[in-house]
Design a protein around this ligand. Sequence first.
Ligand code: GNR
Ligand code: NI
Length: 175
Amino acid sequence: MSIKPLVILPDPVLRQVSKPVERVDAPLLRLADDMLETMYDAPGIGLAAIQVGEPLRMLVIDLAKEDETPAPHVFINPEIFESTDDRSVYEEGCLSIPDYYAEVERPAGVRVKYLDRAGKAQEMTAEGLMATCLQHEIDHLNGVLFIDHISKLKRDMVVKKFRKIAKEKAGRLVG
Ligand code: GNR
Ligand code: NI
């Protein structure tokens, strides 16, 4: 297993629409394990493949607290087929937008179809943080970031700040 570098805003890779997984095979499961290891290392509670530069429709989630037994979930080709009308607000963050947090309102519950690690079709009904996290990750598969759900003023400020950081980093690399 290996920890992979994270793709950070404003990298245009984050805006790609990921492609469906065609077969659940050993290299794909290896990628899932690398994503879990990368997520635990960060640490984060979810990660989409595009965040490690792989434009595939796969995401991992583990909501277990640090003192709890790990509960890794792998979702391949996930699709939301039902959302509740009632909404909930969570303070979200993203490993691709380090150290920035903002409240986002989303449907409070979702039902998701996906393939598991065995390539078997599954359904999950999710509420609370799992529902929010699934929506945040499925957004990544479509090139959407949580800052797309906040005001344009705030979003423009965040993007500007991360552009500046990227420029400074590029400058240091050139020396
Ligand atoms: O680690 C993460 N925490 C988080 C908190 C609230 C809502 C969503 C998330 S997902 C995020 C990891 C990440 O960037 N996944 O794409
Ligand atoms: Ni994210």
